[in-house]
Design a protein around this ligand. Structure first.
Ligand code: NAD
Length: 430
């Protein structure tokens, strides 16, 4: 099938590469000329395991190409995916500016029947918006359909998530339209759910809000564990064995960040308000999440005393392991809060440092965790990168001025950390 993906970011690039790998002819479009030029040279704009090899191999075989021209993409394809950003506005509402710009551009260039597929995460009702923009602005009276096909991939495991998803959701106006998408996804041999457009849009927001709910719930329980002397790791395990609950997303920590959960929960709150329904449950989820960093700073201050003039090592910057994405990363919140209190930051991340240097130029960036710890009064593990699970704690301890170790992701064994001489604290456990 001839496929066009408009918006070549985390989702668009992975989607395009995977469809090409399944044997389709794919053209990925982006308005960012530099990004398209570097992709044509085989240079990836993001870090995602396995992506570079997949892109290079499919480009070499002529199934995947890149362009800045929406016209070229639309006219070459039967199915057009929209995968542009849907950032939040200040009031939490989703900014649909990029989606509507693309809908206008499709309208100008549509020449034969097309299926326009919304892969961006959008509030319920956006399918109708795209439909009406194309209908009102098309230059030729050609037919088209609008489908919702929300994306569930996770950064850091985007390729396997796209090749082996738990399910594919296709929200289509009728079964005949859904069939084209079913055909596209058929080689994956995974469950496909066909719904109407509004339900598919809602499935994505409801899923992300539910997962965020689980994270805030376990963090709330962790807060109590800290005071009552229980161990959150055992509590999560004991809960997770129950099939009705499941183990996933029950790791206590610094809360959820990244480009999706915070914005999607805020957006659903906004959607609830707009339908005159109370979003109180989700507001609590956000409130618990918003207190994770202030709570960590309070706990650091309790141990370090006055923060002004002290040095803190930040281990991990990316919002999660195996990605270089810093959008809404907890590291940024922690660093900004500490810097505002006069703390010097020494930071290390295996992948995300170059990007972070541009956002936070005043921090000192180091070549590994031990160099970051040099002369520090405390170290904070912010991202659960694999290499932090096997830190040489004695070496880390010896590099520091005062051995305070805050394990924000519960990756260390508390007994080993204390044995190495650390004043160690973690989340929801002794
Ligand atoms: P991104 O910012 O990485 O990529 C968006 C791309 O769209 C950018 O490269 C931008 O230049 C391009 N773009 C914007 N306007 C354009 C236009 N008019 N024409 C051509 N290109 C244009 O965003 P992302 O992380 O890939 O997210 C895309 C959507 O997918 C969002 O709605 C997001 O919520 C959703 N989503 C993201 C993830 C994730 O893990 N990143 C997972 C599931 C769903």
């Amino acid at each position: 099938m001839d496929v066009c993906v408009i918006g070549t970011g985390y989702v668009g690039l992975v989607t395009g590469a995977v469809f090409a790998d399944l044997g389709n002819d794919v053209i990925c479009i982006d308005k960012d000329r530099k990004k398209i030029e570097s992709l044509r040279r085989g240079v990836m704009p993001i870090y995602e395991p396995g992506l570079e090899e997949m892109v290079q191999h499919n480009c070499a075989d002529g199934r995947l190409r890149f362009s800045t021209s929406v016209r070229e993409g639309v006219q070459a394809s039967q199915v057009i995916f929209i995968a542009v950003g849907t950032p939040p506005k200040a009031n939490g509402e989703t900014d649909l500016g990029q989606v509507s710009t693309v809908a206008h551009e499709i309208a100008k260039t549509i020449d034969t029947y097309k299926i326009i597929v919304n892969k961006s995460t959008v509030p319920v009702g956006t399918g109708d918006l795209v439909r009406s923009i194309v209908e009102k602005n098309r230059r030729r009276t050609v037919d088209f359909d609008v489908v919702s096909n929300p994306e569930f991939l996770r950064e850091g495991s985007a390729i396997p998530d796209s090749l082996y998803p738990d399910r594919i959701v296709i929200g289509a106006p009728d079964r005949a339209v859904a069939l084209a998408l079913i055909e596209l996804y058929a080689p994956l041999e995974v469950p496909m759910l066909i719904t109407d457009v509004a339900s598919a849009e809602m499935i994505k927001y409801a899923s992300n809000a539910f997962l965020a709910n689980k994270i805030s719930f376990i963090n709330f329980v962790a807060n109590i564990c800290e005071k009552a002397g229980a161990n959150i790791d055992d509590v999560s395990k004991g809960m997770g064995y129950d099939k009705r609950i499941g183990r996933e997303f029950l790791q206590a920590g610094l809360g959820f960040g990244g480009s999706c959960f915070p914005k999607d929960v805020h957006s659903l709150v906004h959607v609830a308000h707009s339908h005159k329904e109370s979003p109180a449950l989700l507001e609590q989820v956000l409130k618990i999440n918003a207190d994770r960093v202030p709570r960590l700073i309070r706990r650091l201050r309790d141990r370090m005393g006055a923060l002004k003039g002290k040095t803190v090592a930040i281990l991990g910057l990316a919002f999660k392991p195996d990605t270089d994405d810093l959008r809404d990363a907890k590291s940024l919140e922690i660093i900004r809060a500490l810097q505002s209190k006069g703390v010097k930051i020494r930071a290390y991340d295996p992948i995300a440092m170059e990007h972070c240097k541009r956002l936070l130029p005043k921090a000192t960036y180091c070549k590994n965790a031990y160099e970051a710890a040099k002369g520090a009064h405390a170290a904070v593990i912010v991202t659960e990168w694999r290499e932090f699970k096997n830190l040489n704690l004695e070496r880390l301890h010896d590099a520091m001025k005062t051995p305070i170790l805050c394990d924000g992701r519960n990756v260390c064994d508390p007994r080993k950390a204390r044995h190495a001489g650390f004043d160690y604290f973690s989340i929801g456990r002794r």
